[in-house]
Design a protein around this ligand. Structure first.
Ligand code: NAD
Length: 298
């Protein structure tokens, strides 16, 4: 058992698998999308015909899939990862999913003699490319240590947040902040434009003032001041609106379950649902600015 299996090599998993492969280890990848497989192969990974083929004999299995239902199916379905992996294999799920699904899969994995951590990430496709992701981890301390060398090849900050599912808990709290602040920044930059201030000047001011946040310093929804943000590339993702909507809904489900009032999170979830209806689902989530500018700000 030497190689790493990587299942789901889309916008995030693609560059993450490339960084692992370029560190010198054998990485066998599988994705339902031929385009994603092609890109991963160009990054140095070995394409497999199926998830089963990738997982057979792997020391570590990493998954980076869209939602809880995909993760549950990949691990728990007949012939899935739990049926295929060798006992003792370490599973690292980097997808952003609901806490309950993360705990269900980890419990099933441990009952079958596997080790598993939930390790969702922050930092976006830029962080995935540059291997500067933040990993927030739920699971046993020994399993986090066993995963550390692999995670350090894909990221720079590793925070162990407690038992299974706690990585996902940290992630949905973080993304609730990210989703809300992107809307605030969109509104403010549209207002600034109406008031006659350029996006360049406003960005310089806010980045050095109390309104500063990731959406202003790295990911402005207006082309120009932050050169790597998707606004400079016709809002090509990045992080799709439909995935941000998923995360906002996860935060609201958690708020209901725990009785925590979350009025801005609820409003933001509604606005991303409206953005999806406006045809922005597959664009980057920063395209939510289109709800406020209607053709004025590019
Ligand atoms: P993506 O849609 O680009 O990639 C997901 C990939 O999974 C796709 O290529 C898809 O074909 C593949 N897939 C789906 N089901 C599969 C299966 N059963 N077997 C094999 N492959 C399968 O999405 P992404 O942006 O890479 O996001 C992946 C996860 O990472 C999501 O949970 C997302 O919320 C999270 N995330 C994304 C970002 C970001 O900036 N894009 C940042 C942090 C976290």
């Amino acid at each position: 058992m030497t190689h790493t299996a990587f299942i789901g090599v889309g916008n995030m998993g693609g560059p993450m698998s490339r960084n692992l492969a370029q560190s010198g280890q054998e990485v066998k990848v599988f994705d339902l999308s031929p385009t994603a497989m092609q890109a991963a192969a160009e990054g140095g990974a070995v394409p497999s015909q199926s998830a089963t083929q990738a997982v057979e004999g792997a020391a570590t299995v990493i998954t980076m899939l869209p939602e809880g239902k995909h993760v549950k199916a990949a691990y728990l379905d007949e012939g899935g990862i739990l049926d295929t992996a060798e006992p003792g294999t370490l599973f690292i799920d980097c997808s952003t999913i609901d806490v309950a699904s993360a705990r269900e899969v980890a419990t099933a994995a441990k009952a079958r003699g596997f080790r598993m951590i939930d390790a969702p990430v922050s930092g976006g496709t830029v962080g995935a490319d540059a291997a500067t992701l933040t990993f927030m981890i739920g699971g046993d301390a020994a399993d986090v240590e066993a995963a550390r060398a692999q995670l350090e090849k894909m990221g720079k900050t590793i925070v162990h947040c407690g038992g299974s599912g706690n990585g996902q808990a940290a992630k949905i709290c973080n993304n609730m902040i990210g989703g809300i602040t992107m809307i605030a920044v969109s509104e403010a930059f549209c207002l600034g434009e109406r008031l006659g201030i350029t996006a360049e000047d406003l960005q310089k001011v806010v980045a050095a003032s109390s309104g500063s946040c990731f959406a202003v310093t790295n990911y402005l929804p207006v082309a120009g001041p932050t050169p790597l943000s998707p606004a400079n590339f016709d809002f090509k993702p990045g992080f799709m609106t439909k995935l941000m909507l998923k995360d906002m809904r996860l935060s609201q489900m958690a708020a209901v379950e725990t009785g925590q009032p979350s009025p801005l999170g609820a409003q933001a979830a509604m606005l991303y649902a409206m953005a999806e209806q406006e045809g922005l689902a597959d664009l980057d989530y920063s395209s939510i600015i289109h709800l406020f500018n209607k053709g004025r700000v590019k």
